[in-house]
Design a protein around this ligand. Structure first.
Ligand code: G6P
Ligand code: MG
Length: 218
């Protein structure tokens, strides 16, 4: 029986995946690296420094910068991103997600957050959702990022639940891989072609309801 939900944040609870994408796109332009939908999708769920490495690699520039310069580039992106986050309000919660979280809480499901973002607490507070997630995996504590299962394993551990009693909720292919490797049930939100590895895929956040999940679980 499912007793807990381990949530990704960006692109699942709120539309920050677009803000991350825009900030990375700006940095890619600055670096002279061609931007593409493929590159943008590949960055979803990937940590800040790993994302920068992927962009540099896409442009064949991974050896053109020192570690200190890379840190500066990542900070530049983050400064732009945080400026956008600070404009956010609860209106930036994706359709249906507030109702879904309320329903989960009312029915006694345990919730934790498994976001790779160091800005996750700031985003939750802007959305006025911090109370829903007393348990947040600290991405600074991770040895490996998604698609490694570590973050989802820790998300279940924070709830004191076995992985098999948790549903992991994701918009990124790397995140679905991480959930599956952790042994949790994977729920993907987005393009079924991209998230084909998930146990269930919903096209939109508004479709993510307990009734639809129960139907999908059979
Ligand atoms: C999430 C997002 C990624 C982002 C990562 C790190 O996983 O999906 O796009 O790069 O978090 O976010 P941060 O806020 O720490 O730079
Ligand atoms: Mg995401």
């Amino acid at each position: 029986d499912i007793k807990g939900f381990v949530f990704d944040l960006d692109g699942v609870i709120t539309d920050t995946s677009v803000l991350h994408g825009t900030a990375w796109h700006q940095l890619a332009d600055y670096l002279g690296v061609a931007w593409s939908d493929e590159l943008a999708n590949g960055l979803k769920g990937i940590s800040r420094m790993d994302s920068l490495e992927m962009i540099l690699k896409a442009g064949g520039k991974e050896n053109d910068y020192t570690q200190a310069q890379k840190e500066e580039l990542a900070t530049k992106k983050n400064t732009n991103y945080v400026a956008e986050v600070d404009k956010m309000t609860p209106a930036n919660i994706l359709p249906g997600m507030k109702a879904f979280l309320d329903d989960l809480r009312a029915k006694g499901y345990l919730l934790s957050l498994a976001s790779a973002s160091k800005n996750a607490p700031r985003v939750l507070s802007k959305l006025e959702l911090a109370d829903y997630f007393p348990k947040v995996v600290d991405p600074a504590s991770l040895t490996h990022g998604k698609p490694d299962p570590e973050i989802y394993t820790k998300g279940a551990e924070l709830l004191n639940l076995p992985a098999s009693q948790c549903i992991g909720v994701e918009d990124a292919a790397a995140g679905v891989q991480a959930i599956n490797a952790a042994g949790e049930v994977s729920l993907g939100i987005g393009d079924a072609k991209e998230l084909g590895a998930a146990d269930m895929v919903f096209a939109n956040t508004a479709d993510v309801t307990l009734a639809n999940i129960e139907k999908a679980l059979g």
